[in-house]
Ligand binder design. Sequence first.
Ligand code: IMP
Ligand code: MG
Length: 174
Amino acid sequence: MDILITADQIQARIREMGEQIERDYPPDEGIHLVGVLKGGFMFMSDLVRAMSARVTLDFIAVSSYAKSTKSSGEVRMLKDLDAGLEGRHVIIVEDIVDTGLTLTYLQDILRARAPKSLKTACLLSKPSRRKVDVAVEYIGFTIEDRFVVGYGLDFAERYRNLRDIAVLDEASAT
Ligand code: IMP
Ligand code: MG
């Protein structure tokens, strides 16, 4: 598979994102990161290590894709958060924003839990695929309309463990 973004490029960009997020919030206030499983797990683990000790984290699991590369447009909650969000600065941490349907759903249900603020961080964005206009305050890389895997992103649950982000080719999609 052709590498689109190397592990080193990913790490360098996440360090910048961590610094930017730290600067954007009052220094004496906590930041609560909500990682979206499973795709966002690797980004989450590197992003929290690029931030200071005021960070807390939780995970939520949703499913929008069956075993294909096309979005079904349907979002299902598979695992809810452990803790409430009331009065907290919350940032949703997601692998990729594609059509925007998953994040729109997540933002709606989390906003209803009365966080002090709600923002979203995505490692990747494919703007040409957007079906709904969704606000994403922190974006790592903007990419073309290619199906990518690695660094948390899967094809039929495979390739999540790659250190780089690669473009899925036909031989790897069987
Ligand atoms: P959306 O709801 O269409 O924005 O899709 C978001 C979800 O689709 C992401 O969280 C990913 O799990 C999945 N997804 C979208 N594009 C890709 C891709 O290129 N590779 C792997 N998963 C993707
Ligand atoms: Mg995902």
